[in-house]
Ligand binder design. Structure first.
Ligand code: PMP
Length: 309
């Protein structure tokens, strides 16, 4: 089903419009030059109906991305928080993916975007397991990409920038065409950075490792996993990791809002650990799914219940 041809409502510049009417002109600046900022947010069905996971943190990151790119946001953070809740409600959704996007309008072409109108839209739709249900259970096969993750002096690696995702798309497509499920991108210095849309972790001798944020996105799922691991009494280290440390890891996994927590059972044709979801990965994945679904009383503060005030 086309993303453009659906029933429902989309929040566009302050009001809900019909899904099919949420359109923009072909000379929209961001369509040409790729400077827009966005978020990927998920809501899950809980006993109290849909709850958006860490909504305020996602919205903060959207505004931080806009600030980094010097893109003046025409709405307050509070308005965009409310817009996301409103879109879920207006479409009668429970579990869904939410996509806020800010982009420049069509007032002018050329590289100078100063003074152009900034538009903000929020859409939401049901979206299942990003790397497949099977991947969540059994793990996926990853491959190191021939593409390098962005150098921090070529773009802004902490902004979730639309144009930046061409790098992710090249890597993801290359991996898929080679018969793998997902790519692993190395940073410009040769260390493992992240996946095209996921942060990455490994476990060795009971210690959980993840690359530092020098070139990876400051993922909200990454932060969540780190907090849950600490609660579980698992030692955590953030340090540069070469690709071969993953080959000899006991376990590895990707995590992200869309991907959730996905075991990596193989990397570059080397089996990782026992070639299945390892015990630490399984524990953290189970904790994650309990938290997002509101089954963990310790973390209901991370949930924004859409159908309640
Ligand atoms: N890295 C990249 C490049 C991403 O696009 C994403 C998805 N937003 C992530 C990591 C994971 O971030 P989060 O957990 O906040 O979704």
């Amino acid at each position: 089903m086309s993303m453009a041809d659906r029933d429902g409502k989309i929040w566009m510049d302050g009001e809900l419009v019909e899904w099919r009417d949420a359109t923009t002109h072909v000379l929209t600046h961001t369509l040409h030059y790729g400077m827009g900022v966005f978020e990927g947010v998920r809501a899950y069905n809980t006993e109290r109906g849909a709850a958006i996971f860490r909504l305020r943190e996602h919205t903060r990151r959207l505004f931080n991305s806009a600030h980094i790119m010097q893109m003046p946001m025409p709405f307050s953070e509070e308005t965009i928080v409310e817009a996301q809740r409103e879109v879920v409600r207006a479409n009668g959704l429970d579990s869904c993916y939410i996509r806020p996007l800010a982009f420049y309008g069509s007032e002018a072409m050329g590289l100078n975007a100063q003074g152009l109108q900034v538009h903000v839209v929020v859409a939401a739709w049901p979206w299942g397991a990003y790397l497949g249900d099977e991947g969540l259970k059994k793990g996926i096969r990853a491959v190191t990409s021939s593409y390098t993750r962005h150098h921090p002096n070529i773009t802004m690696t902490e902004a979730k920038l639309t144009g930046g995702y061409f790098n992710s798309m090249l890597a993801h497509r290359e991996a898929q065409e080679a018969g793998f499920d997902e790519a692993v991108l190395l940073d410009p210095y040769g260390f493992v950075a992240e996946g095209p849309g996921e942060n990455i972790f490994m476990v060795r001798d009971g210690v959980l490792y993840t690359p530092p944020l020098s070139t990876a996105l400051d993922g909200i799922t990454r932060k969540t996993v780190l907090e849950l691991a600490r609660e579980e009494g698992i030692e955590v280290q953030e340090k540069p990791l070469s690709r071969d440390t993953f080959y000899i890891a006991d376990e590895a996994f990707f995590c992200g809002t869309a991907a959730e927590v996905v075991p990596i059972r193989e990397m570059d044709n080397r089996t990782i650990g026992a070639g299945e979801a390892g015990p630490v990965t399984q524990r953290l994945q189970a904790r994650y799914f309990d938290v997002v679904a509101g089954r963990d009383a310790r973390h209901t503060d991370w949930l924004d219940f859409v159908y309640q005030d």
